[in-house]
Design a binder for this molecule. Structure first.
Ligand SMILES: *Cc1c(COP(=O)(O)O)cnc(C)c1O
Length: 435
């Protein structure tokens, strides 16, 4: 598979280059040059195929020319080592639980697959890669966990001291080994600007191989298409048509769903569920895309005012608003509505849903009202475990919630961070001294 830059379709690179670079020289995101259809009988028999085998088949469909079968099998086997079960709420409504990975959010799928892939692609180089990530919380912990103890790669995380939740800080600072957390005396924006400066510093990049591993890396999107197939496998024998509601921020998750559809997954409708950050739902409504500064909400991993994967969605459908509008329904919801939905899901179904999933629930309901189907399989992506947002969730449903063992363990470990100022020389000296 070749990959082209969205900014220039003649700028074509190999899978290896797309993964190790993350973003094209011209600043464009990478897209696969084609998305091959899977065989019909794979889709027809999918309900009998285990998740790992589904994942391998889908990965191979895209990457068969880039990675040998046994290599790809090993990557899938190590990265996708936890389940993505579908839990029914009622006859028509289902939750796809994407929080069974080490950091309790769907980002584990992408981060783990990317880590295994990068390590393999870099194995013949004698240079260690240093992944530099600025994080406001969740991305950093998924990336750090994904690369934990992976050969040939170190991770340096920058996070704003005092500005992430205790759970998030514990997840960032308790791993050790090849992961270092830098606690910056500043804001998330300061962290991002320090990282940018480091990438532009020729003296530094001449000494150290820096890489970014952020959410736009194509190796993070590919594995996210696996669980769409697996979810379809679990519901399609009982019900069709299938609607999938995706709580969205940067739209990586939804884009991966669209990749699955292009590979032949018969999804009737994708539903983009957004909070008050509504640039995408406005685009669907009006055909005009107007990015704006993000606003803070309860579903904070979706607080994005200019989603980077929007460019990929446009590219995939030749910038046709008409096509995109037919494939994707979109709706935006307030924090008040989100809280009411969390309450409703709990009282009606005895299911504890997190604020992101709650927005997904609302968007599915809104679509159902409009489309008037009475028999269907609605799937809501539950993107994080509710205990990651325990303060909000417990307050809304008025009940203590259970914290999974792996989170308890992490909360009991000792924090290790290196404090730095927002002065770039602090970061530079740290990197040069430790690498
Ligand atoms: C990152 C994240 C999202 C948004 O996913 P995108 O791929 O950026 O649209 C939604 N929910 C949770 C819990 C997340 O961590």
């Amino acid at each position: 598979m070749k990959f082209y830059s969205i900014n220039n379709k003649n700028n074509i690179v190999s899978f290896k280059e797309a993964v190790l670079k993350g973003i094209a020289d011209d600043g464009g995101l990478f897209m696969p040059s084609e998305i091959p259809k899977l065989e019909d009988n794979f889709i027809q028999n999918i309900s009998k195929i285990p998740f790992k085998e589904i994942s391998f088949t889908v990965a191979k469909n895209l990457l068969k020319d880039d990675l040998l079968d046994n290599v790809l099998l090993k990557i899938v086997d190590s990265a996708i080592n936890f389940d993505a079960p579908v839990v029914p709420l009622d006859d028509n409504t289902n939750i796809l639980e994407l929080f069974h990975g080490p950091t309790l959010a769907f980002k584990d799928f992408g981060a783990r697959f990317m880590a295994e892939t990068m390590s393999y692609l870099n194995k013949d180089s004698n240079k260690e890669i240093v992944i530099l990530v600025a994080t406001s919380g969740d991305t950093g912990s998924a990336v750090a966990n994904g690369f934990y103890k992976i050969d040939g790669i170190k991770v340096v995380l920058l996070y704003p001291g005092g500005k992430v939740s205790r759970i998030q800080e514990q997840q960032l600072t308790t791993l050790g080994e090849n992961i270092t957390a830098l606690e910056v005396d500043g804001t998330f924006d300061d962290c991002q600007s320090l990282v940018k400066q480091a990438f532009m510093d020729k003296q530094l990049t001449g000494n150290i191989t820096l890489s970014s591993a952020n959410s736009i890396n194509i190796a993070r999107l590919i594995p996210q298409s696996f669980y769409y197939f697996n979810a379809f496998a679990q519901v399609s024998e009982k019900k069709q048509p299938v609607f999938i509601s995706v709580p969205s921020g940067n739209f990586g998750n939804l884009t991966a769903g669209l990749f699955a559809k292009e590979m032949g997954l018969p999804v009737h409708k994708f539903i983009a569920a957004v909070n008050a950050n509504d640039v995408f739902s406005n685009y669907i409504k009006t055909s005009v895309y107007t990015p704006k500064p993000s606003v803070k909400t309860l579903s904070n991993a979706m607080d994005v005012g200019n989603p980077s994967n929007f460019a990929r969605i446009l590219d995939l459908y030749g910038h046709s608003h008409n096509i995109i509008k037919q494939l994707i329904y979109a709706a935006s919801f307030s924090d008040e509505q989100t809280k009411a939905a969390m309450k409703e899901v709990y009282s009606r179904y005895n299911y504890v849903i997190d604020p992101h999933g709650a927005v997904g629930y609302l968007a599915l309901q809104s679509y159902i009202k409009e489309c008037r189907f009475s028999n269907y399989a609605g799937i809501i992506l539950e993107t994080a475990h509710p205990s990651k947002f325990a303060d909000i969730v417990e307050d809304v449903i008025n009940k203590k919630i259970e914290i999974p063992e792996r989170l308890k363990l992490c909360l009991s470990k000792e924090k290790h961070s290196v404090k730095i100022s927002i002065n770039y020389d602090d970061l530079k000296n740290f990197l040069l001294e430790t690498n």
